[in-house]
Design a protein around this ligand. Structure first.
Ligand code: TYM
Length: 330
């Protein structure tokens, strides 16, 4: 029996965070044996905000290096750059014509980003979820492992696929989301009521994957908790402590009950240090490998070229089927 297919990706904007790692990449690593995997760098999605061209190019390569350093075996996974498989933009356009303004207007990410970039609310920002739907549907992906913030986009991808299938007969596989309970939504360290984000203005709110161990330790020590001094999982009333517990649980593969037990009677000072140490222990080997890979751009190029060649095979097959069904001469 052929393996089920996974597709996921990360935008090439900004520096990757511990949220990106725990919510997405770390899960992908665990799934690589069981599935046929396509992991892309969403550099077309990055264009919805203004980028310095050189930075965008560098970020794209950095993310490929992070994928591999984190444990994605380039022999087993198809790692590629979205723009190098032209089918994404093409299917994106077609699907635009099967997506309604009303449903796009409801996207919370669009609303958030419009507020943040009030001077640049471009059409790409609005149709962003359609391109994401194209990314997923081109590969007939069964599963899309993402963080909780992407769930709404996944829902719209499912809706578009169902709509298309209804009109033209079964064309697309309807994808399922895969979000883990403990790491699906890693929150900010200073504001544990909103998600840890690349674009945070307070740098103490976010752990970047490139942060040095001392910086990581310092940021965790400053993390907002509460006055109870009890390590107990209660996201509603103790968001700061619960978030630290989820981070700790994710990097050590422990349940919340195990974490509670481990830190029974321990104050927050010791707890925060232990969380920081566990994160450093997890990230240090990745950082070391990442630096080595960045010094080997030829190897990175081989990976993404091969990834795009493989991706194109599947993507072009789906696109041809779509074109045939809607009456576009191939
Ligand atoms: P992006 O680049 O914002 O984030 C990449 C992945 O990291 C997850 N994530 C988090 N998970 C847990 N806690 C957090 N604080 C956190 N912050 C980010 C995101 O949920 C995501 O899984 N639109 C996508 C990229 C994309 C894509 C796709 C994803 C483009 N096409 C097709 C899946 C399938 C995005 O902007 O993710």
């Amino acid at each position: 029996m052929s393996k089920k297919i996974i597709l996921s990706g990360i935008q090439a904007t900004g520096k990757l965070t511990l949220g990106n790692y725990l919510g997405a990449i770390d899960n992908w690593v665990k799934m690589q044996e069981e599935y046929e995997c396509y992991y892309m760098i969403a550099n077309l999605h990055s264009l919805t905000v203004r980028n310095d061209p050189e930075t965008l190019r560098n970020n794209t390569l950095k993310i490929i290096a992070i994928y591999v350093a984190a444990g994605l075996d380039p022999e087993k996974n198809n790692i590629f750059i979205q723009s190098q498989v032209k089918e994404h933009a093409e299917l994106g356009w077609i699907l635009n014509c099967y997506t309604y303004m009303g449903e796009l207007s409801r996207m919370t990410q669009f609303k958030d980003k419009s507020l943040k970039h009030a001077d640049n609310i471009n059409a790409g920002l609005f149709t962003y979820p359609v391109l994401m739907a194209a990314d997923i549907l081109l590969y007939q992906a069964n599963l899309v492992p993402v963080g909780a913030d992407q769930m709404q986009h996944l829902e719209i991808a499912r809706d578009i696929a169902e709509r298309f299938n209804k009109i033209y007969g079964k064309t697309f596989v309807i994808p399922e989301g895969y979000i883990t309970k403990t790491s699906g939504r890693i929150m900010g360290l200073q504001d544990p009521t909103s998600k840890m984000s690349k674009s945070a203005t307070n740098l103490n709110d976010v752990i970047f994957l490139e942060d040095e161990p001392e910086v990581i330790l310092k940021k965790f020590k400053k993390a907002v908790t509460d006055s109870e001094n009890i390590v107990k999982f209660d996201p509603e009333n103790k968001p700061g402590v619960s978030n630290l517990m989820q981070i700790y649980g994710s990097v050590t593969s422990k349940t919340m009950e195990e974490v509670e037990k481990e830190f029974e009677g321990s104050g927050y000072g010791n707890f925060k240090t232990k969380v920081a140490e566990a994160v450093v222990e997890k990230l240090e080997p990745i950082q070391k490998k990442y630096k080595e890979l960045l010094n080997n751009p030829e190897y990175l190029e081989k990976i993404y070229k091969k990834g795009a060649d493989n991706a194109r095979k599947l993507a072009s097959k789906t696109l041809d089927t779509v074109k045939e069904k809607i009456g576009i001469i191939i």
